[in-house]
Design a protein around this ligand. Structure first.
Ligand code: BGC
Length: 679
């Protein structure tokens, strides 16, 4: 018998899998296609995240099981490091940071006894009402693909299998178990799939199918998505597992569709059911062999690799890991408004600071569904400010319930910080049993939060609004009355410390919006949280706003800094297979700061219907005052292609393209030039 050992080559693994497959009984093969069980009661009584979930594997053949734990806010098992939610990390536009977040997550998965991380969530934010918006990185296909790939790289360094989810077009929460998402071929290929392909190219080990239907077929049964595209066209080598509990609807559908593993336990992939389907010739044993060998091959690839280090439990939630969470919080906050230089606050000029709002002192790290990292102690905004100021400045706190009290507190303070926004009650995974989460009812703040802002600013013009949430919050009606707005997200275990450093200028905010904030929600695509069926169009987010010339409240890619940046010398060089853009960035202000340079390609001169422009590159960098840095961003030709449904292929148009480089997606923030490709 061939032996399992560390450092096995691909061909040794292949030989072993083939050898085992020959020996295995049908029942042993089917055991590779199922989770080893979960008690439903445990799932919903708070016990869900407490341990890893086992699936597949065989003691007899020495093949370890895969051990699932979830994310993406960190490993959900108690004590693990709680990062800012993915949407916040998307706002950092920092891929190196995301890879380091993945690196920490990978270590903590291993230290918790796991070897599979189910938390590379990369669904497009089609509409900000989506309850799980916070679990993804933004509205742009290119950006979420790059972030998913970065997280995958980090996690998989530690021989943890990463799962990209939910494949595909999962972006309505309440209707997720039933909704049929319709879309044309171009929309599927260009908008809803490329980020998954990007993760597959990065070597992502597994894919989780979505609950919803795409074009009439449940994603867990969708042979077009799973067999033709994922395993066929993209040559995906790993395995596909279902989303939990409702991800498979029948035995034959799942198996013929290309779903390899039913998680977290066998319901339709029970041995008896599969045996019957075989006897009735509804499926063939080749399909079982294919699924079982994909699972065994993937597990062996990861479990036989030499580990780069050991994984002691002391790694879980350790100081170094919290430091990465702090950095992520600092880099993700987005300064949306800062008039009259209200920010940064100057310690020397403030004797008394007032902080308002219930959310200033609650543990508010995001939704309470499958991504909830179970930690008790979090640095809240109030705690962060108090940590930062010590006894140097008096901090008054008012929860905002009594309007008269609010006005008095605001009047007496030298500056006022109002913390408002959302919690798990407003948005998150919809869990019927827990009665939490779901899609947003509307996009504005709660009325009492708006009243609080108005009351504070009427008495104190140095009023700073800190917004908490996981996607767009509309602000018409109050945003013009306040001088400063900071989007602070669900910022993780260290969030309050990061907030204090930003408000007082120890950290210069550099985050930028990974989505469009509308003025008028009517400008967004149609959304129905109870939809049985919905059509996803080709345009959403900034591509829709560009196309329709809608004016957003804040555009995609927007964010301010305590300094300013100038762009000059935009140049483009066209080689045989890529374009190379160069530009000089100067920090023209008085303090050091980070700038996120964005590159868009314009298709205005196309013969077909294409977006006005698409994001095709970005880079975050730090500049000292007066420093000038040259920036180079490359775009391969293939990233300019469109999918021609007639020829069923990606085509690159020979047209004059526009290159835009600048600090946001807004026209006035971009330099532009034109170029043609080489024939
Ligand atoms: C969620 C998945 C998650 C799974 C297991 C499901 O309800 O949709 O995203 O990975 O639970 O935690």
């Amino acid at each position: 018998m061939i032996e399992i050992k560390k450092g096995m080559t691909e061909s040794e693994i292949e030989d072993y899998v083939n050898y085992v497959l020959e020996q295995m009984t049908l029942q042993e093969k089917v055991a590779q296609m199922i989770g080893n069980g979960i008690n439903i009661k445990v799932l919903f009584d708070g016990g869900f995240g407490k341990r890893v979930y086992d699936a597949a594997g065989s003691e007899k053949y020495n093949i370890p099981s895969f051990k699932f734990t979830d994310g993406p806010r960190g490993v959900i098992i108690p004590g693990s490091t709680c990062f800012p939610v993915s949407m916040a990390r998307g706002a950092s536009w920092d891929l190196d940071l995301e890879e380091r977040v993945g690196d920490v997550i990978g270590k903590e998965v291993r230290a918790n006894g796991g070897n599979l991380f189910g938390g590379v969530c990369i669904n497009n934010l089609r509409h900000p009402s989506w309850g799980r918006a916070q679990e993804t990185y933004g509205e742009d296909t290119f950006q979420i693909g790059e972030f998913g790939a970065a997280l995958t790289r980090g996690v998989q360094k530690h021989n943890v299998m990463a799962t990209a989810k939910h494949f595909a077009a999962n972006s309505i929460e309440k209707a997720r178990f039933k909704v049929n998402v319709k879309m044309d071929e171009r929309t599927l290929r260009e908008v809803y799939l490329p980020h998954f392909k990007r993760c597959v190219e990065e070597g992502c080990a597994t894919i989780m199918s979505a609950y919803n239907k795409v074009r009439g077929k449940y994603c867990g049964h969708n042979d077009y998505l799973l067999r033709d595209i994922l395993k066929g066209e993209w040559s995906f080598q790993g395995f596909v597992h279902s989303d939990w509990i409702h991800g498979v609807k029948d035995t034959v559908g799942g198996i013929t569709g290309g779903l390899d593993v039913e998680m977290p336990r066998a319901k339709y992939y029970k041995f008896k059911k599969i045996e019957t389907a075989l006897q009735e010739s509804k499926i063939s044993e080749t399909l079982i062999d294919e699924a079982a060998s994909r699972v065994m091959r993937t597990i062996l690839r990861y479990t036989t690799k030499e580990d780069p280090q050991t994984y002691e439990p002391s790694l879980i939630g350790c100081k170094e890991h919290r430091q990465v969470a702090l950095e992520a919080a600092e880099k993700s906050m987005v300064l949306l408004k800062n008039e009259k230089d209200v920010l940064p606050l100057d310690k020397k000029k403030i004797n008394k600071l007032a902080m308002f709002g219930k959310l200033a002192r609650v543990r508010n790290t995001g939704d309470h569904g499958s991504s909830d990292v179970n930690i008790k102690k979090v640095i809240t905004p109030l705690k962060g400010i108090r940590n930062f100021l010590g006894d140097s400045i008096e901090v008054a706190y008012d929860d905002g319930k009594d309007p008269r009290g609010v006005k008095n507190t605001a009047k007496e303070a030298d500056a006022a910080i109002v913390v408002v926004g959302l919690t798990y009650k407003d948005e998150g995974e919809y869990i019927i049993e827990k009665r939490t989460g779901g899609d947003r009812e509307n996009l504005s703040l709660h009325d009492d939060h708006i009243e609080l802002i108005k009351a504070v600013v009427s008495e104190n013009e140095k009023c700073i609004v800190v917004l908490i949430g996981g996607s767009a919050i509309t602000m018409e009606g109050w945003k013009d009355h306040v001088p400063a707005i900071l989007l602070a997200w669900y910022s993780g275990v260290e969030g309050g410390n990061a907030l204090a450093k930003i408000l007082f200028g120890d950290v210069n905010p550099g985050g930028k919006l990974p989505f469009t904030i509308p003025k008028d929600p009517q400008h967004l695509p149609f959304f129905d949280k109870n939809a049985e069926e919905i059509e996803y169009g080709y345009y959403h987010g900034y591509t829709l706003f560009d196309k329709e010339s809608y004016e957003p409240a804040f555009p995609f890619g927007y964010g301010l800094s305590y300094t300013s940046f100038n762009y000059s010398n935009l140049n483009v060089e066209v080689t045989d297979d890529k374009i190379i853009a160069t530009v000089d960035i100067k920090n023209s202000g008085k303090v050091a700061g980070d700038e996120i340079v964005q590159l868009y390609i314009g298709f205005e001169l196309s013969q077909i219907d294409r977006p006005v422009k698409l994001l095709k590159g970005f880079s975050r960098m730090n500049l000292e005052p007066n420093e000038i840095k040259p920036v180079k961003i490359e775009v391969p030709y293939k990233n300019l292609a469109w999918y021609n449904p007639k020829s069923k292929s990606w085509e690159i148009e020979q047209i004059t393209y526009t290159l835009y480089v600048g600090s946001s997606s807004r026209k006035e923030d971009l330099l532009s030039t034109q170029f043609n490709l080489r024939n």
